[in-house]
Write a protein that binds this ligand. Sequence first.
Ligand code: ADP
Length: 367
Amino acid sequence: MVALVGVGERGRAILEALLDIPAIEVRYYVDTDPSAPGVALARERGVRCRADGRFDELRDDGDVELILETTGSPETLEALAASEHSHARLLDSAGVRILAHLLMARQETTARLEQQLRDGERRIAELSAAVDRAPVEMARYLRQASHQIKTPLSAIETYVNVILGGYTGEIPERTREIIEKIHSRCEAALRSLAKRRMLADLRCAGRDGLEMSTVHLNELAGQAVDLHAALAGERGVDIRLLAHEGADLVRCDPPKMVVLLSELVENAVVYSRADGMVEVSVVAVADGHLEVRVRDQGIGIPERCLPRIFDDDYRADPAVQHHQDGAGLGLAIAREVADLHQFDLTVESEEGRGSVFTLSVPPAPAA
Ligand code: ADP
C-alpha cells in the first residue's frame, strides 16, 4: 500500500504509472493545491485525498508501507520525517526521482509491447482475411483464364470442322485421322474448360448464388438420368431410375442440383463396363431425410484413392486407364454444390466391383 505526497507534474506521472500496476494500491495522496495536475486522476481512480496538508491519517493507517515524497520541498520532508509512522517507510525526492525513471521506462516498454501486440493482431486479421479471400480470388482468376483459353480453342474447333466437312477439298486418309484426333482433343479440352468455369462460378458466387425453390427430388433425379440416357445407350449400359413413392419435396437450387446429380450419373455410366447396370434410386431414410443413391457395378475406386476423389483435378489410376478424357472436376463440382446446400455427399466403393454415391437431402419444411 502506497501513499503519495504531492500530485504535481512528477507526482501525477508516478501516480499514473503506479495505478497501472495491479499489485500496487495507492491509498492516499496529500496535496493542498486543488488544481494540481494529478488531482483529477486521483479522484477518478478513488485515491483518498488530504487537501489540508496533514499527515496524521497516513501515519495512523497501518496498511501504508511506503510514502513517496514527490514535491522535493525540504519542509514537507521534514514534517513527514517528524511525524511518527509506525510501519511506513519514507522515500524522499531523490529516491522518488529514480523511482519515476524506472516507472517511466516500464511504461514505455509496456506501451511498445502493446503496440507490437496490436500490430501483430492487425497483421493476423489481414492475413486471415487474405486467406479467406484466396479461394474466391483463385476462382475469379480461373474463370477469367478459362474464358481467354476458350475463345481460341473454339476457333480451332470450328476450323477443324470446316476441314473435316470437306470444305477445303479432299483430305488424305492419314491426315483425316490426325485431324479427327485434334478435333476430339479440342472437344475434351472445351468440356474440361466448361467444368472449370462452372466450378469457378460456383465458388465465386458462394451461397448467395443459390436460387432456392421447393421441388420434387424424383424429378431432378429423372432429369439427371435422361441427360445421360444416350451415353449409356452408346456404351451398352442399362440405366434405370427407382423413384420414391412417398413425399419427395425438397428445398434446393434445382438447376444446380441437376448438375450435381448429373455428374454422379455420368461417372456411373462412364466407369461402368459394357453390359453394366446403373441404378439411380430416391429413398426415404429413418431420420426423415431423402437420399439419392447412384449405384454402378463398374471399375470401382481403390481404397487409397477414396480420400482424394472430390479434389480438383484428381483422377484415380484405374479411371485414367478406363477413360482417358476425364477432366477430374466433376466430383469437385458435385461436392461444391452439395456443400453450398449443406447436403451430405458420401461414397462407398470397392475396386473392381462398383460404387455407390449417396446424396442426403432434408425434406422441404411443411408449408
Ligand atoms: P473425371 O470423371 O472427369 O475423372 P471426376 O471429378 O468426376 O473426374 O471424378 C474424379 C475421380 O473419381 C475419377 O477420375 C475416378 O477416379 C473416380 N470416380 C468417380 N466416380 C466414379 C465411379 N462411379 N466409379 C469409379 N470411379 C469413379
